[in-house]
Design a protein around this ligand. Structure first.
Ligand SMILES: [Zn+2]
Length: 320
């Protein structure tokens, strides 16, 4: 083997290692799909607990299924390895064809099954930014599934303008673009008649917030997205995050306050000239740790609290 070839093999191995940070130790065979009915023809599908170390409480990202005679409208596609189980769960709800799929954001626990679902006949919608993020070569952890099957890419894309509206199964579905929040290509999906909004991952109640700045997410955008959610939601609107338990409007307030509290503390330490290491050592999330389940569990290099504080530090340092 020539030295050059060895070099490139090494490079491939490095990429594979960083990507596997997402998929580390996921026991796909163990994942079961649990179905929850949230409105007469709207269902949420979640992976079972204890099979996905990155999401201990429920494997992968939550899927939405709007069923009826007009065909199935689906939100997010989960891990590719469990598409068969997802489709089996959908078939228990409805025999109609899967016609539409939309992605809330680029992460593989929400998009890796795209190509499988598209090959069943679905038309894939997402933000233009998400398409770009998904097309990029997977250079580091935080990026999407490996480049490959073009069927994984959105066919219909939209920007930051008015919501895209779909009318089917007696429902009006709004695809609401969100400015750079969890990622650069987030979408919230509102079901007007059911009074349900799937809000994606800029809110989470298992672990501290994750804002993927490698994929265009911003702290400021995440706070704006929370404000937008509070503006759109009534007191009884069901808000369904990509992970964790369902919430309503009132639950956003303490979450937003926690982010603002940590942000203020980190800003104060930056003003005092403290380094990122010193800020991390100060454990600024301590007042909130008891109320954030999974907050001190490992997430990547450190805990999700450390990951969150590092992100806040670098966003504030960068003037974002
Ligand atoms: Zn995500």
């Amino acid at each position: 083997m020539k030295p050059a070839t060895q070099c490139s093999l090494l490079a491939v191995a490095t990429v594979a290692v960083s990507l596997s940070a997402w998929a580390q130790g996921i026991d796909y065979a163990k994942i079961e799909i649990l179905t929850e009915k949230v409105a007469p023809n709207l269902y949420m599908l979640s992976g079972s607990a204890g099979a996905d170390p990155g999401h201990e409480d429920a494997a992968g990202g939550r899927i939405g299924v709007l069923a009826g005679a007009d065909g199935i409208f689906m939100v997010d596609s989960q891990y590719a390895q469990i598409t068969d189980k997802v489709v089996a769960a959908i078939r228990k709800i409805s025999p109609e064809p899967i016609r539409f799929l939309v992605n809330t954001h680029v992460h593989p626990d929400h998009t890796a099954g795209n190509a499988n679902i598209v090959k069943l006949g679905a038309l894939l919608f997402a933000r233009e930014e998400l398409r770009e993020e998904l097309s990029r070569p997977p250079a580091r952890a935080g990026n999407a599934a490996p480049a490959g099957d073009p069927a994984r890419l959105p066919v219909v894309t939209y920007g930051l303008g008015d919501p895209v509206k779909l009318r089917l199964n007696g429902e009006i579905v709004d695809l609401i673009p969100v400015r750079a929040a969890h990622t650069g290509g987030d979408t919230m999906i509102r079901f007007e008649n059911a009074d349900v909004i799937m809000i994606g991952d800029f809110y989470r109640n298992y672990g501290y917030p994750f804002i993927d700045t490698n994929n265009g997410g911003t702290l400021k955008g995440a706070l704006e997205a929370l404000d937008l959610t509070m503006k759109m939601a009534g007191p009884n609107t069901k808000l369904i995050p990509g992970h964790g338990t369902n919430i309503n409007r009132a639950d956003i307030i303490p979450y937003r306050d926690m982010i603002l509290g940590v942000q203020a503390k980190v800003q104060q330490m930056i003003n005092e000239g403290k380094s990122e290491k010193e800020v991390l050592a100060a454990k600024v999330t301590a007042p909130y740790d008891a109320k954030v389940p999974g907050g001190l569990l490992p997430a990547g290099a450190g805990t999700s609290a450390d990951r969150f504080v590092s992100m806040v530090y670098s966003q504030l340092k960068g003037g974002k």
